[in-house]
Ligand binder design. Structure first.
Ligand code: ADP
Ligand code: ADP
Length: 229
């Protein structure tokens, strides 16, 4: 389970300016598809439509063969796990912040999610700037580390489909590499749609879809795309 399918999806925030002009693709169960393209191409709009923040003007979006227009918000939320670009951390330990994904999770599950996201060494720490006990210093997390907390939280929630909006454009290349490693681990065997800003961060994707001005202009594996220039 966990097949995502876009069928000739068209969309405009404002009728005078089409944003998506007939986009079709499928993310097969357990596979990773990356959407890349220049800023303003319509990438984030695809994920907003998948979460039903907006409705397509025409075309359909299906999860496991079911039009998402016909499913309840609750079952849509249960099917999809979003890893956002910006993560707000709660005033508690990193472990608590991960557990927010699923309160009833066992300690070992929290630890395993943290390990997959490579954030386990911070599990008992409090983030900097929060109410740390007198005499203790909070932990200063980088943007990449914060996003890995969000990744661990989503893994723990355990949705069949992961949607990752990469924040890597704002990060240095070392952090980008670390996030990429974490994403590679967590996406293995899960249906994953990655909104990426650079081709270099999605080399491991099963398919890369290049979107420009609301249409798919290229698709293939990373070697395919490189070979075509
Ligand atoms: P990013 O590409 O960093 O994910 P966003 O998806 O937030 O950024 O926005 C992409 C572009 O869309 C930006 O140029 C932004 O100015 C524009 N944009 C975002 N929200 C609106 C809006 N409500 N009205 C008009 N333009 C918007
Ligand atoms: P990308 O993620 O590829 O950078 P987006 O999907 O965020 O692109 O945006 C595609 C286009 O839609 C951009 O030109 C942006 O200005 C416009 N846009 C994004 N959000 C809004 C919005 N809420 N209202 C109006 N226009 C928007």
């Amino acid at each position: 389970a966990g097949v995502v399918r876009f069928e000739d999806v068209r969309f405009a925030y404002d009728a005078a300016r089409p944003i998506l002009r007939g986009v079709s693709f499928e993310v097969p169960a357990g596979r990773t598809v990356a959407i890349v393209g220049p800023s303003g191409a319509g990438k984030s709009t695809l994920s907003r439509l998948l979460f039903r923040f907006y409705e397509p003007a025409s075309g359909r979006i299906l999860i496991d063969g079911q039009d998402i227009a016909a499913v309840t918000q609750d079952s849509l939320r249960a099917a999809l796990g979003m890893v956002p670009q910006d993560t707000v951390l709660f005033n508690d330990t990193i472990g608590y912040n991960i557990r927010y994904g699923r309160w009833e999770a066992g300690e070992d599950e929290v630890r395993e999610a943290a390990r997959l996201a490579q954030i386990d060494r911070f599990i008992a720490s409090l983030p900097e700037g929060y109410d740390t006990p007198v005499g203790e210093r909070g932990l200063k997390l980088s943007g990449g580390e914060k996003q890995r907390v969000a990744i661990a939280r989503t893994i723990l929630k355990g949705p069949p489909i992961l949607v990752l909006d990469e924040a890597t454009s704002a990060l240095d290349s070392f952090t980008e590499r670390e996030i990429q490693d974490a994403l590679d681990r967590v996406s293995r065997g899960r249906t994953t749609l990655v909104i990426a800003h650079r081709l270099s961060t999605v080399v491991g994707a099963d398919e890369i879809i290049v979107v420009d001005r609301g249409v798919i202009v290229e698709r293939g594996s990373h070697p395919d795309l490189l070979a075509r220039g």
